[in-house]
Design a protein around this ligand. Structure first.
Ligand SMILES: Cc1cc2nc3c(=O)[nH]c(=O)nc-3n(C[C@H](O)[C@H](O)[C@H](O)COP(=O)(O)OP(=O)(O)OC[C@H]3O[C@@H](n4cnc5c(N)ncnc54)[C@H](O)[C@@H]3O)c2cc1C
Length: 383
């Protein structure tokens, strides 16, 4: 049986950023990913925004890792030529009665240490975004955009250059603690959609790892259950996107957000100018039953146009076409409100295992900072 130091389950942005961090110090770092390539799940089905950290409760892991992750992500992108831009963004109040909430958001951002925040009036809003209907806006200069796909690939590339191994088409199916390690059962080489036992080309391998990191995204609760930990349940919340057709892209110059939903479900349907100069509208937020249900009962372009007109009154159905969707790994059940924090902790019964659960937004931004926290925890396990 192969023995390794560290095995990371999941080759999304979180798993790959952790691999890039850990392989600076340790040999024998393995990432095991069930899809044929890294970053094929939530990590590339998002808005591609490098968030600033204004939204999260002061002192929370989300606030800390978003703020630090913002600086680390920009630095990483510059060093490794990942396409990105420091665009800034506007959070817009469209009616006077929203101004108190906007001021509270400004205050929260300041409390979290986000720099450069300032409230601007209608004249400056019009100057920056002539088609936006706003009475006041919060200007957030430290927000940016990035090619999420290239970011994940760059973390993976750096990890491999430092000696890490990334194994794809490999699904972790069992975890068994031994005296000082964890025995990891892996199905290798098959199509992830094939039911167990029905694929003749699949092989089963076992690896013993001194430390196992659960970075399985939407499936982090299922992976935790493999080691007997049933502490968490992940509820997939679908975020759908629409794209503004090319002749009308000039309606938006940058990133424009409404105030976030009071129920904590999402940041609201926003406009994002991407790194390719396309304009996305979304994501929406709806609980779905299955962790692979990206497309069933999609909203129509009219649904998007109606929501989008709150910020851009002149948008019509004809300006829009449906785009992709993503699934948020939420820890808050559908019948409750609020925003849960990231969970980053050692397993209560098997201390060689670290779980990362509920890694929803701002996980793309936070990943390199989360990776530093995990490196500290791994150091204690391997000491
Ligand atoms: C609609 C939407 C918009 C978002 N917008 C932003 C944004 O603009 N900015 C931002 O910072 N964040 C954003 N996020 C959040 C961000 O995308 C996530 O926090 C981040 O991608 C989570 O990364 P991850 O590596 O934890 O998960 P994933 O990308 O899901 O990676 C987990 C990986 O684990 C693999 N896996 C699962 N089980 C197993 C197993 N048993 N064996 C082997 N492999 C396994 C999966 O195949 C997957 O590739 C958004 C999210 C959504 C859904």
């Amino acid at each position: 049986m192969d023995e390794v130091n560290i095995l990371i389950i999941g080759g999304g942005v979180v798993g790959c950023a952790i691999a890039a961090e850990l392989s600076k110090k340790w040999q024998d770092v393995f990432v095991v990913e069930r899809f044929p390539r890294v970053g094929m799940a939530t990590s590339t089905r998002n808005s591609g925004v490098i968030h600033s950290g204004i939204y999260y409760s002061p002192g929370s892991l989300k606030a800390r890792h978003c703020l630090q992750g913002n600086a680390l992500t920009f630095a990483f992108c510059e060093e490794h030529n990942v396409p990105h831009r420091r665009t800034g963004k506007l959070v817009v109040a469209t009616e006077a009665r929203e101004e108190t909430a906007l001021e509270a958001l400004n205050q929260r951002g300041q409390d979290n240490g986000v720099e450069g925040l300032r409230l601007i009036g209608p004249a400056e809003i019009r100057e920056r975004e002539p088609h936006i209907a706003g009475v006041t806006a919060l200007d957030v200069p430290s927000t940016g955009i990035v090619s999420a796909e290239e970011l994940v690939r760059a973390y993976a590339r750096v990890a491999v250059e430092q000696g890490a191994h990334i194994v794809t088409r490999a699904q972790v199916v069992s975890l068994e603690p031994t005296a000082k390690a964890i025995r990891v059962g892996i199905r290798v080489g098959e199509d992830v959609n094939t039911p167990p036992g029905q694929d003749e080309i699949a092989t089963h391998e076992t690896i013993e790892a001194r430390c196992v990191i659960n970075a399985a995204g939407l499936y982090a609760d299922d992976v935790a259950a493999l080691i007997g930990n049933h502490s968490w349940k992940i509820y997939p919340v679908r975020g759908e996107y629409c794209e503004v057709r090319s002749p009308r892209r000039s309606l938006i110059n940058g990133l424009v957000y409404p105030l976030p939903h009071a129920d904590g479900l999402s940041l609201g349907m926003h406009f994002t100018k991407t790194i390719w100069d396309t304009v996305l509208i979304g994501p929406t937020a709806r609980y779905v039953k299955d962790k692979d249900d990206y497309e069933r009962d999609r909203l129509t372009v009219s649904d998007f146009a109606e929501g989008a007109r709150i910020l851009v009154p002149e948008i019509t159905d004809d300006d829009l076409q449906l785009a992709y969707s993503g699934l948020r790994p939420k820890l808050v059940p559908p019948d409750q409100h609020g925003m849960a924090d990231f969970v980053i902790e050692s397993d209560a019964k098997v201390p060689q295992m670290i779980h990362l659960v509920g890694m929803e937004s701002p996980g793309l931004t936070a990943a390199p900072s989360v990776a530093r926290q995990v490196a500290g925890m791994v150091g204690e396990i391997l000491a």
